[in-house]
Design a protein around this ligand. Structure first.
Ligand code: ATP
Ligand code: MG
Length: 418
């Protein structure tokens, strides 16, 4: 017996309707916000992520699935969704399309992490990527997209936490201040953070070790170091959130786990799935397109974990909609082929129809119809075929109506409409 790999999960047929619900709400939200889908490959040149995600991040240092392919190239399974979209934006000249270019993706994401509840080695993300606009409105619209999806899914609880991590100009002074602060506490930091001290002190703020988090709580605030442009932008975002009546908390310790952010960063956090968990993380990355080789282009987006969405929906008792069931089950007595062909005719008319293809007895066909939760059942035998009429039984109350075979599709379709 070969088992599933650690940190990965099967999506089983009896559960998949939950994902269908989320995906259909994603499509709804995408449509009302005018987002267009983009899909990029599951693997890319490793170099893309080294340059894009940043070589001092946990993702690049510890978590990437990197291997050499048979042609000797270094290949990496995508550890996040943005870098591939940036590459595609540049490679396909997407700056020629009307800007801002508003895109979304759904993708598997691979990270070699220590598996635990809500933390997998392969998970899936819904992400939004908007290129070309640098306004606070664009940041707030991105947050509104996430909020709309939460609302559609019946998740009312997430707390929006925002911060600004400035731009390379203001971050230089901040970085010096952080370094000085953490250097004075170096002995109490975890070994990884001691390394981060030299390479990228900002990363220490993202450490999940308790003692590091406690030290980080007393660190200088990035908000005190913002340049005029970044401060104006941050104030603009807060003002617009206020005007829109969207509650938020400013948390000056949010930096996010990716190096590419500038100005706005934000998270949506829930407490329903055990420890405080981030279901959505995002922000602005105005230098990323240029960093990956394109012309400078402001951009903003987020990534949302689908598995954590499912966990949150389950925890708050949100509805996943009805489990899909056939509209009608066509049982047969000695008329398997006729039932089979009639089932196809019904499907051609848009009826979700099912029949037996395993030679079951009538009794076990009816049991099956019950298990499948078919809304109606029909029994087709010699006499029904001869008369061209069938009895249609409504399963919820057992009532029956006699309907001409030629009228069956219309009858079921009408009843479906209610
Ligand atoms: P965390 O702080 O939980 O490690 P992150 O900062 O690594 O999250 P992002 O890289 O911003 O998260 O990813 C966006 C979203 O993807 C997260 O908010 C979360 O919902 C989800 N996510 C991230 N890593 C995992 C994982 N290993 N397993 C399941 N979902 C994940
Ligand atoms: Mg992480």
């Amino acid at each position: 017996m070969i088992n599933i790999m650690k940190g990965t999960k099967d999506l089983l047929p009896q559960e998949s309707y939950k994902w269908d619900k989320i995906e259909s709400e994603i499509r709804y939200v995408a449509r009302i916000f005018n987002l267009h889908k983009i899909a990029t490959p599951t693997f890319e040149h490793t170099e893309l992520f080294l340059r894009g995600v940043g070589d001092t991040t946990d993702i690049v240092n510890k978590e990437m699935y990197t291997f050499e392919d048979k042609g000797g190239r270094s290949v990496t399974l995508k550890p996040e969704g943005t870098a591939g979209v940036v590459r595609s934006y540049i490679e396909n000249g997407l700056s020629q399309l009307p800007q801002p270019l508003k895109m979304y993706y759904e993708t598997p994401v691979f990270r070699y992490e220590r598996p635990q509840a809500g933390r997998l080695r392969e998970h899936h993300q819904f992400g939004v990527e908007i290129y070309g606009a640098d306004s606070p409105q664009q940041d707030v619209e991105v947050m509104m997209i996430a909020r709309s999806l939460f609302a559609r899914l019946g998740i009312t609880s997430p707390e929006l936490r925002i911060n600004s991590i400035g731009c390379p100009t203001c971050r230089r002074a901040y970085n010096d201040a952080l370094k000085a602060y953490f250097a004075s506490k170096a002995d109490d930091l975890c070994p990884t953070c001691r390394e981060r001290l030299d390479k990228n002190a900002l990363r220490i703020l993202d450490c999940k070790e308790e003692k590091c988090a406690a030290i980080a709580a007393g660190a200088p605030s990035v908000l005190d170091y913002l340049c005029d442009e970044c401060r104006t932008h941050h104030e603009g975002v807060k003002n617009l959130l206020d005007k829109a009546g969207i509650p938020y908390v400013v948390d000056d310790k949010i930096v996010r786990g990716l190096d590419y952010y500038t100005k706005t960063v934000f998270e949506f956090v829930v407490t329903n799935i055990g420890a405080k968990a981030t279901v959505c993380g995002g922000g602005r990355y105005n230098n990323l397109v240029e960093q990956i080789g394109g012309k400078p282009c402001p951009a903003v987006g987020f990534g949302m974990g689908i598995e954590r969405l499912v966990l949150t929906m389950q925890a708050v008792g949100a509805s996943f909609g009805e489990e899909p069931a056939p509209d009608v089950f066509l049982a047969n007595i000695g008329a398997a082929d006729d039932a089979f062909l009639l089932t196809q005719d019904l499907r051609a008319e848009g009826v979700a129809a099912e029949c037996d293809v395993m030679g079951r007895s009538l009794k076990s066909q009816m049991k099956l119809a019950d298990k499948l939760a078919a809304k109606f059942t029909v029994v087709l035998g010699e006499s029904e075929l001869a008369a061209g009429k069938v009895k249609v039984k409504k399963m919820t109350d057992g009532t029956e109506e006699e309907i001409p075979l030629s009228d069956l599709a219309r009858y079921i379709n009408d009843k479906k409409k209610g």
